[in-house]
Design a protein around this ligand. Structure first.
Ligand code: NI
Length: 138
């Protein structure tokens, strides 16, 4: 059960203006909602950087499937890490380009290493890893 606690925060007027700009730009209902998300964001970042995990992350890659054996290589890499790779979604973007979103769960270092290898593969034009956590967030 959620236990809300009210507390006072002191900050420089200019920093508060920055917070209010974030609240407005992102459409938060109030400062409290924004601060809660900022704290969660730090919690996820610290959890990832601690390396303890398990973490959850998605890697989005865009690649040229006409490049020789790229599909097989990307699939082999994922099969070699079957304990890490949870699922994958493939989208045929155009005649030439494919997009793949790969969901991974495990130790941050292993996720990062696999993401680096997939992104560095020949034919892959762009890769972006988005990290979150499987910890229960309040
Ligand atoms: Ni495709």
């Amino acid at each position: 059960m959620s236990q809300l606690v009210r507390f006072g925060v002191s900050m420089d007027k200019r920093l508060l203006a920055t917070l209010d700009a974030i609240v407005k730009r992102r459409g938060y209902a109030n400062r409290s909602e924004a601060i809660r998300d900022l704290v969660r964001s730090e919690q996820v970042r610290e959890s990832w950087e601690s390396g303890k995990g398990p973490a959850v992350a998605t890697l989005t890659i865009v690649y040229d499937h006409h490049v020789h054996e790229v599909d097989g290589h990307l699939t082999d890499l994922q099969h070699d890490h079957e304990d890490l790779v949870h699922s994958a979604m493939h989208v045929h973007l155009s005649h030439r380009m494919c997009l793949e979103v790969i969901v991974m769960r495990g130790k941050p270092k292993r996720i990062q290493k696999l993401a680096d290898r997939l992104t560095a593969a020949r034919g892959v034009k762009h890769g972006q890893l988005v990290v979150t956590t499987d910890e229960e967030l309040v």
